[in-house]
Design a protein around this ligand. Sequence first.
Ligand code: SF4
Ligand code: SF4
Length: 356
Amino acid sequence: MAIKQKTKSLSVTGSRLSSTFVQLNVLNGKDISDAKFPRFSDKLATLGHQPFKPTEIEIFQLNIGKLCNQTCAHCHVDAGPDKKAENMSMADLEKCVELIAATPTIQVVDITGGAPEMHPGFRWFVEECTKLGKRVIDRCNLTIIMANPKYRDLPEFLAKHKVHVVSSLPYFSKKRTDGQRGDGVFEDSIKALQLLNEVGYGQPGSGLVLDLVFNPSGAYLPGKQEELQAEFKRQLDRKFGIVFNELYAITNLPVSRFLDYLIETGNYEEYMQKLVDAYNPSTVESLMCRNTVSVSWDGFLYDCDFNQMLDLKVAAKGQHLTTFDADELRKRNIVMNQHCYGCTAGAGSSCTGVVA
Ligand code: SF4
Ligand code: SF4
């Protein structure tokens, strides 16, 4: 907890362009400096990508709030049941709809949280975005469907609006899933997946897409996405009759609760070294920050969800929904730092899995 408080105060008071991890070293008095690792910006420079520029904004990712029915150990947004204040206002949600409508390059509205379905404006927002013809993604933690009878009709609601459901499932066994996400999570996740399958999600020809997210439960990189997907498909079908479309293997980035975990267990430097050693230049062109804008619950704009957690706002004049300017955002330099090694390790990592 002490470390978490220190990391928070740093992210608010520190210079945005200096190294978060070097600052952590100073304040925590621990040898966790990242100075020994090659600078990520130098890696980009050798590819002619310094500064790193975006393409068009195609994905509008919205962290609608930090309220969640779970408190997962690795959560990079620090969400939980006590985060009642940190949720987007209806006025800002309406502003999002207005901006999405006015920005024709946006094709996808990616809603995350917390458990986004707990926000009172969630269903309204989904309906408005669907009316605009946008593809909507709900990053659903699955257990919310079982958490309270008022959410039990979520599968029908999501199916009605052809929402693309993306759900975390750490593993196809109770032990590993509950270990990462809490007691009882595996059982509820399986029931929720079965309910989603019943309304057509993941079923061939239904047009209802159900993708799963795998992320490692410790200080190691995920295995090959294709192999993990094949194994998950085999095991979930055999044990529970569950089907899904794709599995995204996502690397844990050294931010927020996962950074706390790395520091507390003395694994920070070893993990960073793994990320650096696995740097893959062919991932750079497809990094998700190039075509994404990420909006926080309080309306600020970021290059990605991870920068949001580090309070690294977009390097543009308009840093808030109220000053959103798509042309200015297109001209910005993407704010990058040592945590970006997490997106370029191996086959790369993004909110939709590998990138290379
Ligand atoms: S379900 Fe997702 S948002 Fe909620 S605590 Fe777990 S990782 Fe965080
Ligand atoms: S953390 Fe990943 S997505 Fe975010 S700016 Fe760095 S490379 Fe881009």
